[in-house]
Design a protein around this ligand. Structure first.
Ligand code: 4NP
Length: 153
C-alpha cells in the first residue's frame, strides 16, 4: 500500500502523520510506503516545524529528515490512498487534481475514526506547543485505525 498525507504547508500536520504511520506500519511488519505533501507550496524544501519535530521525538519518532513538497495532480495516480488533514485541504486537492481527482482514493483523515463527521485536524501553526501534542494524539489514534483497516492477515 502507498499512502500520501496532505496538509497546507507540509510542515506541521502531515509530517507527523507520515512519521507516525510509517512507525506503526514498520512495527506491525507491514511493507507500506507513507509520504506527505502540502497544497500551498509556501515551505517547499523545508524540514518539519521545530515543534512537530520536538513532539514526534518525545514520542520516539524522528521526522527531521523530511522535506516539504507541494502536492501535484500526478499524486492521484501514484498513491493508493490520499489523506487530506482538513476540509480546506480536500478542496485544494480537488482544485489541483482537476480531472485526475478520484473520490475513491481521497479520504478525509479523521473520517477514519469519526465516520462521516468531516472533522478537521486542527492547524497548530498559529498556536503553542500544547496544540502540537493534541494533534499528535489525534493523528496517532487515527493511524491505529488505518493499520487495522488496511492490514491484510
Ligand atoms: P500545516 O500548517 O498545513 O499543518 O503544515 C501550516 C503551516 C504553514 C502555513 C499554513 C499551515 N502557512 O500558511 O505558511
Amino acid at each position: 500500500m502507498k499512502f500520501l498525507m496532505v496538509c497546507l504547508g507540509n510542515i506541521c500536520r502531515s509530517p507527523l502523520a507520515e512519521g507516525i504511520l510509517q512507525h506503526k506500519a514498520k512495527a506491525a511488519g507491514l511493507n507500506w510506503i507513507v509520504e506527505s505533501a502540502g497544497t500551498n507550496g509556501y515551505h517547499t524544501g523545508e524540514p518539519p516545524h521545530h515543534l512537530s519535530q520536538k513532539v514526534a521525538l518525545l514520542n520516539g519518532i524522528n521526522i527531521s529528515n523530511q522535506k516539504s513538497r507541494k502536492f501535484i495532480a500526478k499524486d492521484l495516480n501514484e498513491y493508493d490512498i490520499i489523506y487530506p488533514m482538513a476540509n480546506d485541504v480536500l478542496q485544494d486537492i480537488k482544485r489541483i487534481s482537476g480531472n485526475t481527482f478520484n473520490s475513491q482514493k481521497v479520504i478525509l483523515f479523521l473520517n477514519e475514526i469519526f465516520t462521516n463527521q468531516n472533522k478537521d485536524v486542527p492547524d497548530p501553526w498559529y498556536g503553542e506547543e500544547d496544540g502540537y501534542h493534541e494533534v499528535f494524539g489525534l493523528i496517532e489514534k487515527t493511524c491505529d485505525e488505518i493499520i487495522k483497516k488496511y492490514k491484510t492477515n
